[in-house]
Design a protein around this ligand. Structure first.
Ligand SMILES: Nc1nc2c(ncn2[C@@H]2O[C@H](COP(=O)(O)OP(=O)(O)OP(=O)(O)O)[C@@H](O)[C@H]2O)c(=O)[nH]1
Ligand SMILES: [Zn+2]
Length: 363
């Protein structure tokens, strides 16, 4: 199979994309790795007695990320993910509650749980990565399966681990329209789509910046609550509009609007993180309790979009050194970091302080 845009092979991407959609609907898929492991897999957050029927065989297990297992004080943490045999106290309700930390403080007495003392399999790692790609909680039910299991969709582990990079490399421009903005009348919105029709990103091109000079640019990760609703919990809305103003005032540049809601964990999971923040955890701890890394974003899509727009060097509006490092590692020359901070309010003061203290932000 080839992409409608060119000759890049897309069958692996499409299989992963289909698996994502099956899992989100509560269906099982099969993940197989190059070492011969074949797993039937389901999203742990959807566990119900009915859905557990396929996971009754010996060897069935719950896969949790090392971070989630650490929060639950499971030992030993032999690798990532950690596997808990589905036995004894692991009924459907317990499984769902081990996946979802929002009720952790109400359920202090679960367990004790045992953990398999062996290194994780590539298929197990890929199964959890698939949950992240599906923007579900990163916890999976798994059981050893036959190669062709009940006509379930089978997806190679290698395609799952290669997905982010392959999707980024295959991005193509699919639309380009003039859209005058209140703060930047000379704007165009350019749409990018990966060859499997997966996650799309946008660029706002302001003016007509010369391609042979470093472009004034901003990578903005989507934030529904801040960008659209004016949430005071973060600084995203101000950073978005502030960047558009700054770029227009400078005579032109580009803002990439990246579909990486909640630093890549998705809106539903970000709302769960907000709930944990109301229990007293900071933005980094909340991500970790959910089982995610503090920042799950990748930078290859942004680098590829800049290249497709004709830019290979950028003066980057950011306070986040990880963005500078990430873009640089993806082949873009970041010639300057341009600070991009706005005054705090009562609600986001602690959020900004945490970014400074824990995420290395230069605010
Ligand atoms: N998971 C999670 N994501 C958040 C939270 N608050 C904001 N976000 C997301 O964070 C992203 C914005 O990233 P920031 O860390 O604020 O800033 P940055 O983009 O890394 O760095 P700057 O370039 O300096 O702004 C958006 O996708 C928001 O949805 C939170 O508490 N938890
Ligand atoms: Zn935000």
């Amino acid at each position: 199979m080839s992409s409608p845009f060119g000759s890049a092979p897309v069958s692996g991407l499409v299989t992963v994309d289909r698996a994502v959609s099956e899992l989100r609907r509560g269906l099982d898929v099969v993940v197989r790795d190059d070492d011969g492991h074949v797993l039937r897999v389901a999203a742990a957050e959807y566990a119900t007695p009915d859905r557990m029927a396929g996971f009754a065989a010996p060897g069935a297990r719950l896969l949790l990320t090392n971070r989630r297992a650490g929060t639950l004080k499971l030992r030993p943490l032999v690798g990532d993910p950690v596997a808990l045999p589905l036995a004894g106290p692991l009924d459907a309700a317990t499984i769902a509650s081990l996946a979802d930390p929002t009720a952790d403080l109400d359920l202090p007495l679960r367990g004790p749980f045992s953990v398999l003392r062996r290194a994780p399999q590539a298929a197990e790692f890929a199964a959890v990565k698939l949950m992240k790609l599906a923007r579900l909680l990163p916890a999976a039910l798994a059981v050893d399966a036959a190669a062709a299991d009940d006509g379930l969709l089978a997806v190679p582990a290698a395609e799952i681990t290669a997905y982010d990079l392959a999707a980024a490399r295959g991005l193509r421009i699919v639309s380009d329209a003039r859209v005058p903005l209140a703060d930047a009348e000379q704007s165009r919105i350019i749409g990018f789509r990966p060859p499997d029709g997966g996650i799309e990103h946008l660029a706002i091109l302001i003016g007509d910046p010369p391609r042979h000079l470093p472009v004034l640019g901003r990578l903005h990760s989507e934030c529904f609550t801040g960008d659209l609703l004016g949430s005071l919990k973060c600084d995203c809305g101000e950073q978005l509009r502030g960047a558009i103003r700054a770029i227009a005032e400078a005579g032109g540049g580009v803002l990439l609007y990246l579909a990486q809601e909640g630093r890549g964990i998705g809106l539903m999971n970000k709302l769960k993180a907000y709930r944990l923040q109301d229990q007293g955890f900071d933005t980094v701890e909340a991500n970790e309790r959910l089982g995610f890394d503090p920042d799950e974003r990748v930078f290859q899509p942004a680098a590829e979009m800049l290249r497709l727009l004709g830019f290979d060097a950028v003066r980057l509006l950011t306070n986040n050194p990880e963005k500078v490092a990430g873009l640089t590692a993806s082949g873009i020359n970041v010639v300057e970091r341009v600070p991009h901070a706005f005054p705090a309010n009562n609600h986001n003061e602690f959020y900004l302080a945490t970014k400074r203290a824990k995420s290395g932000h230069l605010l």
